[in-house]
Write a protein that binds this ligand. Sequence first.
Ligand code: TMP
Length: 216
Amino acid sequence: MFITFEGPDGSGKTTQVQKIVHTLMEEGYDVVTTREPGGTEISNQVREVIMNLRNKNMFPRTEILLFCSARAQLVEEVIRPALLTGKIVISDRYSDSTLAYQGFGHGFDQQTLKQLLNFATGSLWPDLTFLLDISAEKGLQRRISNKVEWNRMDDYQLAFHQRVRDGYKSLVEESPDRWEVIDADQAENLIQDEIKRRIHIRLDKFLREISIGEKK
Ligand code: TMP
C-alpha cells in the first residue's frame, strides 16, 4: 500500500510521518519511508539544487522538471520495488505537491502536469493521501518560530502559499476517496491519534481487498 502525506509548509507533516512510521513498525508492519524531493542519493542532489536560496532565478518550468526528475529516480529506485514486495510505502510529499505548488501555486495547467507526472512515475499514484491542513499564514509562522532552515520554496510570497493551500482543497474535491483531511492546527498528539485511527481503518480495508482478490 502506498500512502503519502501532503500539506502546506509548516503543517507538521514530517514529525507526524516519523511518528506513524514508528508506530506501524512497532505493530509489525513492513514499512519503507521516503521524502520528497529526495529519498535517494541522486534525488537528494536534485533537492539541493531546488531548495538552494542561491538559485532564486530558477524558472517555474525548470522547477517542475527538477521535481519530476527527483521523483522519477525515487519511484524506480525505492517506491516501486518496495510495493512489489508487499511493503507499505509512506512518503512525505509526492506528485500532489507538484499539482498544488507548481499547478495552483505557479498557475500551470493541471492536465499538462498530470501528463508529466504520469511520465515521471509510470502513472504510479498513492492508494491513500493525508492532507494536513493549515492556513498559509499559520504554516509559515510555525516555520519561523521553529527556526526551521528557510529555503527557496518558503521564500515565495504569502499569496503563492495561499493558492497552494486552496489548491490542495481542490485536489481533495476531485478525488475524495483517496484523501483523508486532518486539521493540522491542533496539538501534535491529537493529530497523531487521528492519523493512527484513520490509517488503521484504511489499512484493514486494503488488506481485506487484497485477500479477497487472491482468493478469486
Ligand atoms: P519540505 O521538505 O519541507 O516539505 O519542503 C519541500 C518544499 O518543496 C515545500 O515547499 C514543497 C515544495 N515542493 C514543490 O513545490 N513541489 C513538489 O513536487 C514537491 C515534492 C515539493
